[in-house]
Design a protein around this ligand. Structure first.
Ligand code: HEM
Length: 113
């Protein structure tokens, strides 16, 4: 179980890297659109996060409220990415909200103990 949890966490972090890295790279390019790294990062983060929310830890499980908070934030990010993925450009506020929600979700993972 611990090996499975670590593999899920590893892939979860790759999803996080794709989502945040893809967003920042896109932002500095000056053209605000949803790129494939952002789309895949949000899908990978959501799916592996659901796996990590399973009871894999022999007791010391994260608080359910933390998991629900992370799930709501990840769903918001996914909706904002998925339904805008074909647009030539998105509003600055929309794009920065994706970056902000991603950072908040990582902060929830790290600081909510
Ligand atoms: C885009 C969305 C997400 C981002 C950016 C994100 C970010 C992160 C990061 C950076 C970590 C590593 C923290 C650490 O190991 O200390 C982490 C861990 C974790 N994430 Fe996510 N996550 C997302 C979605 C989700 C979802 C949807 C769930 C499940 C509802 C979830 C559940 C977890 C769990 C259980 C851990 C392990 C931390 C712990 O055991 O307390 N994540 N996440």
């Amino acid at each position: 179980m611990e090996a499975l949890r670590l593999v899920l966490l590893y892939v979860h972090l790759i999803g996080f890297a794709l989502l945040l890295g893809g967003s920042i790279a896109q932002y500095v390019s000056g053209r605000l659109r949803i790129n494939p790294a952002m789309l895949w990062g949000s899908v990978i983060g959501l799916l592996t996060g659901l796996g990590l929310a399973a009871p894999l830890r022999d007791g010391d499980e994260p608080a359910p409220a933390k998991l629900v908070t992370k799930l709501v934030l990840a769903l918001l990010i996914f909706v904002m990415v998925f339904f805008s993925r074909k647009r030539e450009s998105v509003n600055r506020g929309h794009f920065l909200a994706i970056v902000g929600l991603t950072l908040v979700n990582a902060a929830v993972a790290v600081f909510w103990r």
